[in-house]
Structure formats: C-alpha cells, structure tokens
Write a protein that binds this ligand. Structure first.
Ligand code: ADP
Ligand code: TRP
Length: 323
C-alpha cells in the first residue's frame, strides 16, 4: 500500500502530532508491504506563518522528529513540499477547477480558523485543495492523520472522483484516511485539542526542566489533595493513559479515586512517564537537531526520488485537457 502524510512547519512538533500522526505513520512504514511518503507541508505553512527563518527551523525540527522515531528514509520517501512546488501547485490549479465553492466555504477547519485568525487569506480558503494535490500527485492510498483531518481526505476523494467521472478513466487513486481511534484527539494543557495555534501544547523534546514546567501548567479543577478525584475528567490523567502501561494507568486511576493524591503528584508521574516513553526519541531528536546537514541530505535525496512520480501524474492530467 502507498501511505502518505504531511505535517505543517508552523511550529515545533508536539505530543499531539507525535501520537496522532508521526508514530502511527512510522509504524505503518515499517510493514514490508507498504511504501511511505512522509513530507513537510511547508507551502501550507505560509497560510499562517510568513517568516522564512521560522519556517526553516520548524522544518528541521519536524524532520528531526520523523527521524527520531526511526523513519527509514532509504526505503521510503521523505521531502519538503516546497521543493516540488511546481508539481503541487500546478495540480492544485486543475483540482481547484473541480472543487465546488460551497465545499470549501463549509469546511470545518476553514470555518474554525477563519473565526479565530486575524489573517484570513485565500490560501487558508483553498488549503484543502493543495492538500488534495499533495495526496493525488503520488497516487497515495492510505492517509494516516488525526481526526481533525477526516474531512480534508473526504474532500480529496470527492475532487478525485469528479475528475475520474469527467474522463471516465482512473486518473486518480481514491485515498482513504486512517484514523487511529485509540489516540483520537490529544488534549492540550487547557483541555482543548492540542495545537500549535492554541499554544496549549506539550513539546516532549524540551530539556527536562522546561518540559516539567509545561506539564505543571496543565489545567486542573480545585478538588483538594485529600479528596477523591474523577480521573476520566482530568487532563493529566488523559495524557498519562497515552504513554503509561495499562497497569500504571490502573494504579493512577485507583489513586485518583482513593484521594490523598494531588494533581501535583499526578503531573510528576506524567512527567516521569513521558521521559521514560520518549527516552530514545529524545536522544535521537537532539542528535539530528545538532546535525542539520544530515537532515538536509536525506531530504534532498527524497526530493529527487519523488520527482519522477510527480512528473508522471502531471503528464497524465495534462493529457486530459490536451495541454
Ligand atoms: P496543529 O493542529 O498543531 O497545527 P497540524 O495541523 O500540523 O497540527 O497536524 C499535523 C498532524 O498531527 C495531523 O495529522 C493532525 O491530525 C495531527 N494532530 C495534530 N494535533 C493533534 C491532536 N491534538 N491529537 C491528535 N492528532 C493531532
Ligand atoms: N493539513 C494537514 C494538517 O494540518 C497537513 C497536510 C498537508 C497533510 N498535506 C497533507 C496531511 C496531505 C495528510 C496528507 O495536519
């Protein structure tokens, strides 16, 4: 199967990206029957971030995160979308002309972002069409993403279907989203969806002291230390569950229910569990961050490797319109 997923370079990789996208995608890429296209969606990033230095440093951090979780770049495809911009944007134009305006106007993600952001640009509006181009350009079949991306993959299928119907040919492969229901939406420190744009994220690659500081900021209710607490309603517990063993989770649940266990204790236990769970990844991430040349080399090789695939798709679609 051909797997494909992208992450924007709009910030540093956080726990939500890692559990929701990076780890599931790397684990799929290890199966011998799969080949994976994992890329940095840096063109998409421009919808929200215009600072080139920041885009570059975020790109290196996201790439280091893929590598920290052992993505095998020799066997797969690893690239920056911007380095293939002529193909992605050309295909996007064709797809734009098959995208009904109301489909974009009603997209959850657009409605959500446009109500919150000061800069509501046309790029934000046509964002799902560029995403569709990212996917269709490489004939991807499976798209591992977080729950918030489900609608974008459905839109991609709809757009691809319109082109296939028009031509009565299988110009595009129809992709499927793969959403890990266990992980679903990782809550941020304020209980809303963890997100770079909400500034409520946990960056597991921070030095220990800073990571602990972030964890201490997790919002809790005001139940006193001695009182029993409801684990299912608590953000610290929800996050702990994701990285602790089932036995550890059960132990923490019992402590919440018994009382005499404060949120400060729970946060310290969450910190220990995160450090334990991500020990190796943290070391590898630091190594790649200290050696950006190695990252750049791997990306440059990946960019050469995907080019012929992109060229072939573009040739196929140009042929439809006799361009
Ligand atoms: P952000 O929302 O922080 O800007 P992105 O939109 O760049 O993150 O998301 C990159 C990938 O990580 C996507 O597949 C997305 O679904 C996943 N992801 C992001 N935040 C979460 C979260 N809180 N829970 C689960 N998956 C997430
Ligand atoms: N829109 C995705 C996000 O914000 C990132 C992305 C861009 C993507 N192109 C993609 C994800 C193609 C999957 C496939 O999370």
């Amino acid at each position: 199967m051909r797997i494909l997923t992208g992450i924007q370079a709009s910030g540093k990789p956080h726990l939500g990206n890692i559990l929701g996208a990076i780890m599931p995608a790397v684990s799929l890429s290890r199966k011998p029957e799969n080949e994976s296209f994992l890329f940095i969606a840096d063109l998409h990033t421009l919808t929200s971030l215009k600072d080139g230095d920041a885009i570059r440093s975020n790109t290196l951090a996201i790439a280091a995160a893929w590598l920290a979780f052992d993505f095998d770049t020799d066997r797969n495809f690893f690239y920056r979308q911007s380095k293939l911009a002529p193909y992605h944007t050309e295909l996007m134009w064709y797809l734009n002309c098959f995208t009904p305006f109301p489909m974009l106007a009603n997209a959850h993600s657009f409605k959500d972002k446009s109500s919150k952001l000061a800069d509501v640009n046309a790029g934000l509006f046509t964002y799902p069409v560029l995403q569709a181009a990212d996917i269709l350009l490489y004939d991807a079949e499976i798209i591992p993403v977080g729950k918030d991306q489900r609608q974008h993959i459905e839109m991609t299928r709809d757009i691809a279907n319109s082109v296939n119907n028009l031509t009565n040919k299988e110009i595009f492969v129809l992709p499927k989203a793969q959403i890990n229901e266990d992980v679903m939406t990782i809550p941020g420190i304020d209980g809303q969806k963890m997100s770079k744009s909400l500034n409520n994220y946990i960056d597991i690659f921070l030095p220990e002291k800073d990571l602990l500081k972030q964890i201490k900021k997790i919002v809790t209710d005001t139940t006193a230390l001695e009182e029993p607490k409801n684990p299912e309603e608590d953000i610290t517990f929800k996050l702990y569950q994701l990285v602790a063993t089932p036995t550890q989770t059960q132990e923490m649940r019992n402590r919440y229910l018994a009382g005499g266990y404060g949120y400060g204790h729970a946060k310290q236990d969450l910190f220990d569990a995160l450090i334990q769970y991500f020990k190796e990844a943290r070391e590898k991430f630091d190594y790649y961050q200290a050696n950006p040349k190695i990252i750049e080399e791997k990306l440059a090789i990946g960019e050469e490797k995907v080019k012929p695939i992109a060229e072939k798709t573009i040739a196929r679609i140009r042929d439809v319109f006799k361009f």
